[in-house]
Design a protein around this ligand. Structure first.
Ligand SMILES: *Cc1c(COP(=O)(O)O)cnc(C)c1O
Length: 398
């Protein structure tokens, strides 16, 4: 039998051989465009802090005040004695922001997905998932014990085919099987959007439920910045709306919102909620302050700058612009070549990491470029010059 050390060493060399080895990069500054790593100054084009709120003075002050008033830690799970002022306030704000009766927060988006899907479906039920859905949605579906079916990325026809099969198959069952369709609104690695209107129409026709993860939509789209579902006018068709606070809201945590009974069920059945210490008060207060800022129109200039930056980069790269998105993948394909390209940019002082399997499919490696409202136009100009010098152009964008 192999020793523990042998086994680990072999697996690591396997990962290295496939150019898939990853390591942590220490960052010595707050999350913003100009960061420092290992004594080097870098221009950061890899953060999900789209509005630049992670380092916003008002958001930071809200976190500091929560520490002063409610302490560093929450002391217990929410159901024991950890439901502190900032948690309850944040959930009220989230419900108002999303225009729904209720919301529930989790320590992360990953935990929100695990808790919600596991509470809603189980053995004998079916989850129908977009092929490119985030790892947390995949793992949550697998862990739930429900049957997992996968539809072609952003393809309502493929979804319909599966729903037709599953409604036929489960009709004979003694109990009525639940069918939950799960997708994202803006996909985290491609920056493209789900056709939510068409998907909602299909799932309604088959009496299925719909869960949409708006991790990358919340705070950016729609007249009230609720997300893509609002922009497309389909919020009312989505039974389970999910979001995270670690992206545009500049904090950390995940949430589910919808009807009051949905939230009551999650409080009683979502294991990642019940058996986990409540998020630190500072994270909840920061997210709440970010939401208030967004809801009162005080992020209008942030959004203007963000979309201006996105338009500038897209125009320079010759990228077609169906829907604006701060996520811009530069497709390389080969894992080793993607790592090399990322390193070449790093040598020039730009942080645009290579994203590889298992985050994306094998042979679909890319540089994942993300833009923020906090980038100055000079930052963008410097990036574009570097990309040009390295030969990145139209061939790398879709
Ligand atoms: C980031 C992300 C999550 C996970 O959220 P965390 O709060 O980081 O755990 C879930 N879904 C999508 C689409 C994401 O991009």
């Amino acid at each position: 039998m192999k020793t523990f050390e042998q086994d680990i060493a072999e697996r690591l060399s396997d990962i290295r051989r496939q150019a898939l080895f990853r390591e942590l990069r220490p960052i010595g500054t707050a999350q913003k465009p100009r960061i420092e790593s290992r004594g080097r100054r870098l221009l950061n084009f890899s953060s999900n802090d789209y509005l630049g709120l992670a380092d916003d003075p008002e958001v930071k002050e809200a976190a500091a005040e929560a520490v002063r008033n409610f302490g560093a830690g929450s002391g217990a799970s929410r159901l024991i004695c950890g439901s502190l002022g900032p948690h309850n306030e944040l959930e009220a704000t989230l419900a108002e922001f999303k225009g729904v009766p209720a919301a529930l927060t989790f320590s992360s988006g990953f935990a929100a997905a695990l808790g919600a899907i596991g509470a809603l479906v189980g053995k004998g039920d079916v989850v129908v998932l977009d092929r490119l859905a985030h790892a947390c949605l995949v793992d949550a579906s697998k862990l739930s014990g429900a049957e997992l079916r996968v539809f072609r990325h952003n393809d309502p026809e493929s979804l319909e085919k599966i729903l037709r099969q599953e409604t036929c198959r489960t009709q004979g069952a003694a109990t009525t099987a639940r069918i939950l369709v799960v997708t994202e609104s803006v996909f985290s690695m491609d920056g493209d959007r789900a056709p939510l209107k068409e998907i909602a129409e299909v799932k309604n026709r088959y009496g299925a439920w719909l869960m949409v993860d708006e991790a990358h939509g919340t705070g950016l789209y729609g007249p009230r910045l609720r997300g893509v579902a609002e922009e497309l006018g389909v919020s009312g068709e989505i039974e389970v709306q999910m979001g995270t606070m670690g992206k545009a809201l500049g904090s950390a945590g995940g949430f589910i919102c919808g009807s009051r009974p949905l939230i009551d069920l999650l409080i009683n059945r979502a294991r990642s909620f019940i058996f986990s210490t409540a998020p630190v008060p500072a994270a909840a207060a920061a997210a709440n302050a970010a939401l208030k800022k967004i809801m009162t129109g005080r992020c209008a200039t942030h959004l203007e700058r963000l979309w201006k930056n996105v338009a500038a980069v897209r125009a320079a790269l010759g990228s077609p612009a169906p829907d604006p998105c701060p996520i811009l993948p530069l497709h390389v394909g080969d894992e080793a070549r993607a790592v090399e390209a990322g390193r070449a940019l790093l040598d020039r002082g730009f942080l645009v990491p290579a994203v590889r399997y298992p985050t994306v499919g094998r042979g679909k490696a890319r540089l994942r470029l993300t833009l923020s409202a906090a980038h100055e136009s000079e930052d963008i100009a410097e990036l574009l010059a570097a990309l040009r010098a390295l030969g990145f152009g139209r061939d790398f964008v879709t």
